[in-house]
Write a protein that binds this ligand. Structure first.
Ligand SMILES: [Zn+2]
Length: 82
């Protein structure tokens, strides 16, 4: 489904959350930069990222923080051999 906003669309909150976490891992954004939250779109009904407003609280969950740090460490470690 294509949205007038031109943003990537995610079917559910859960899918959008996971995609946002993966995005943080992939781009290793500094705190407060890059997409920081998700929202349900009033145009298309799907979920999108936003980089404005308040940071999503789930990004600060212990489990998520640890996972992001671990994935980034693993990736950086792999990069050294490329
Ligand atoms: Zn939309």
């Amino acid at each position: 489904m294509k949205c007038v906003s031109g943003k990537n669309s995610y079917d559910s909150e859960e899918v959008a959350k996971e995609a946002l976490i993966q995005n943080r891992i992939r781009f290793n954004h500094r705190k407060g930069s890059g997409p920081i939250n998700i929202y349900e779109c009033s145009d298309c009904g799907a979920w999108h990222f936003t980089s404005t407003g308040v940071e999503a609280s789930f990004l600060n969950d212990d489990e998520v923080v640890k996972r992001v740090e671990k994935e980034i460490r693993l990736r950086d470690w792999a990069d050294e051999f490329n």
